[in-house]
Design a protein around this ligand. Sequence first.
Ligand code: ADQ
Length: 470
Amino acid sequence: MSRLIVISNRVTQASEGKATGGLAVGVHDALHETGGVWLGWNGEVAAEDAPAPIATQQRGNITYATFPLTQRDYDRYYRGFSNAVLWPTFHYRADISRFRREDYEGYLNVNRDFARRLAPLLQPDDVIWVHDYHLMAFGRYCRELGITNRIGFFLHIPFPGPEVFRTIPTHRALAQALCAYDLVGFQTDVDEQAFTDYCVRCLDAVPGAQGLLAQGRRVRTGTYPIGIDPDAVTAMSRTNRSRQVVALKSGLADRKLIISVDRLDYSKGLIERFNAFEQLLEHGPGHRGAVSFVQIAPSSRSDVLGYREIRRELERTAGRINGRWGELAWTPLRYMNRSYERSVLMPLLRASQVGFVTPLRDGMNLVAKEYVAAQPPDDPGVLVLSEFAGAARELEGGALLVNPYDTEGMALALDRALRMPLAERASRYEVLMRRLRAHDLTHWRDTFLADLQSGTKASPQSAGEPAALV
Ligand code: ADQ
């Protein structure tokens, strides 16, 4: 069996207790089975401006190959092009994108640097799996270095419609760079179609049974919705011995609980959600004093422009809602700008009657899936889910789908969820669990890697002409 090499912006080591998210867990599982290397940034910014050497650490059959970024790379590649251009634009927020040529050049430099660091570690049969928007140009640089191994790329976030993608001044070079991969995977068929449409319209690509013929080579595309390990989530949700969970339950008394868990980000639709909760109170007097809403949203990327403003706006809105509706014995909305361990989060999801997951745009949204798996089968809660989360494609029919731009519609869905009879909740839960099991994390990993390995290996001739990226 080939060795697996995983490349991602950040490398997290499970044994240090940091690997909490879907990507980290999925990558660890994949690597444990085949053995291999995980290469990427160690999360630190080096004091010196010269690139630091790779530090390798062997744990079992996995080699962690990590390095710090220089301050300049961090500013341009990470804070700049990745998180101030690609992240907003791919979430349909071209209006807040801040394109600067030097950031784009920094992005390319780091992508090239990742490829150069990988080259000496490679063996001929290694299969390379690259993750996410930080590394769209990595494959192209590997080809320039003469690397012919199979290289697959998976995009964890949405791929925007062609007209939105075109707002990035270097859109063409980015899409051309993606065509250097053997397989480009997306969360949903909508994302895959958007990429194909762009390539056909702007790169004169020709779609066919074997993938897109673009830039003188074939690139295959596919849809691989990322999943969770439902049984692991269920098991973790049952161990609610934590002090915080006990305190929350006793504070709630007999009140119902609506819960939301996100990273603090403008794509997650937090303000819209707060406003919908307020409408529920305004138009449903029966809910006043009878339901509490807990929003957990720790800051992420707080040094990227715009994030501090969202935090302030959320604090203002939460304060206003509590000031208007709160009573001495009841705080309607509790907004917590801090993170909790998964061992606390999963029991919290289980303790709530409604999971309120309403991003304005999301690649998948694993919290939606975790909410379902954390429910007690004999008295499950209801998932209220944005139709613009990738997860909605799979969870339609079981979750109550809402449009996050429709405040009234979201309030009505909350009302319906809070009053839903047990029989309907149980049958929706059954439907959802069947889907989560059929498309779990193992399925995601195995289908992507099987497709990557089944394709024809790139030959130096088919690696295509390296095109200028600037
Ligand atoms: P994220 O935007 O981080 O991920 P999401 O999928 O919801 O969003 O969460 C990933 C993981 O982080 C989940 O396991 C979740 O439990 C955890 N998490 C989220 N908020 C947390 C919090 N407040 N405290 C602790 N843990 C928290 C990106 C894309 C998503 C895509 C994933 C995986 O934006 O659309 O689903 O990658 O592909």
